[in-house]
Ligand binder design. Structure first.
Ligand SMILES: Cc1cc2nc3c(=O)[nH]c(=O)nc-3n(C[C@H](O)[C@H](O)[C@H](O)COP(=O)(O)OP(=O)(O)OC[C@H]3O[C@@H](n4cnc5c(N)ncnc54)[C@H](O)[C@@H]3O)c2cc1C
Ligand code: FES
Length: 280
């Protein structure tokens, strides 16, 4: 069941149509989607939607495209289990349900005028791409922008074509690293941990904000490197993942002590959560 036009319940999915599906890697696909009623999704970079398929359940997925790209929104989806497995069988023209957008976005009002360091690992590039595209489309609003991305291997990188565009663009300083490289891989970045990309960066901590989205193991090490460079927790943003059910602050499944990841996050300033047990 999906919502009738004009219905605004937080719990009823809106019917959406898949415009196209493309492979990002063997295990990750990009879905370009529009609401069936033609209404824009109305998201901000960093927000997520609850995707549902009748009989397969529901899962939170970050919006991977910027609201500045109009007429559609995109989701980068890793085949992880029930719902995402069923999604990977969908084709252009198929339908799915969407609730949202939900959650706290990147604070664009505080990012404007600042130099940005946008750090992502693995699947974390999907939500970060929404912010990167936003910066690409509104270049005058931000200072310098460094993009740091780490993946398991060159083949595991998401959005390879866009990474090449960002690397070639004078607007971005783009550095990439992979854990492993094989003979014959075409890759111009470095081999090693993403933390190695931070010491060479030259930036003024008073006018710089860093944002981090990636696998749980990445956060502490990346944050330690940023702190060593003099960037305080008040200038570091983290986007966190938790098991979610309702997505709208009712069920408590996503709690981080007194905070709810679905409402107070998923985007947090580090100083808001670093003292909470189990946050990172
Ligand atoms: C805010 C937020 C944003 C997110 N954004 C994205 C995104 O942009 N892209 C993306 O791909 N994912 C994203 N995720 C993660 C995604 O929501 C989860 O991977 C989700 O669980 C997928 O749903 P599913 O039904 O496919 O997987 P599930 O069936 O829930 O399985 C998820 C994991 O649990 C394991 N599992 C399932 N059942 C069992 C069991 N019985 N016993 C043991 N292990 C089990 C599976 O092997 C798998 O590793 C996001 C999550 C959050 C909270
Ligand atoms: S998912 Fe229900 S409160 Fe956050």
């Amino acid at each position: 069941m999906t919502a009738t036009p004009g219905h605004t319940s937080l719990y009823l999915p809106i019917g959406c149509e898949i415009i196209s599906v493309s492979d990002l890697t063997p295990g990750e696909k990009l879905f370009r989607i529009r609401r069936a009623d033609g209404v824009p999704l109305g998201h901000l970079p960093g927000q997520f939607v609850q995707v549902s398929l009748l009989g397969w359940g529901e899962a939170p997925i970050s919006v991977a495209s910027s609201p500045t790209r109009e007429g559609f929104f995109e989701l980068g989806v890793r085949r992880a289990g029930t719902l995402t497995g069923a999604m990977h069988a969908l084709k252009a023209g198929d339908t799915l349900g969407i609730r949202g957008p939900f959650g706290r976005a990147f604070d664009l009002s505080r990012l404007r005028g600042q130099n940005l360091i946008l750090i992502s690992g693995g699947c974390g590039l999907a939500p970060m791409r929404s912010l990167i595209q936003y910066c690409e489309d509104r270049p005058a609003e931000f200072g310098s922008i460094a993009i740091l991305y780490g993946a398991k291997s060159p083949a595991d990188r998401l959005f390879k074509d866009e990474l090449a565009v960002w690397e070639a663009s004078a607007r971005f300083a783009c550095s990439m690293t992979v854990d492993n490289i094989s003979v014959g891989d075409c890759f111009s970045g470095s081999v090693g941990l993403i933390t190695a990309l931070i010491p060479p960066l030259a930036f003024n901590p008073d006018s710089t904000i860093a944002a981090i989205v990636g696998p749980p193991a990445m956060y502490r090490a990346v944050i330690a490197e940023l702190h060593k460079k003099g960037l305080p927790s008040e200038r570091i943003i983290v986007s966190l993942e938790r098991q979610m059910r309702c997505g709208v602050g009712k069920c408590g499944h996503c709690s981080i002590e007194h905070l709810l990841c679905c409402q107070d996050g998923p985007v947090f300033w580090l100083n808001e959560i670093e003292h909470l047990r189990g946050a990172l």
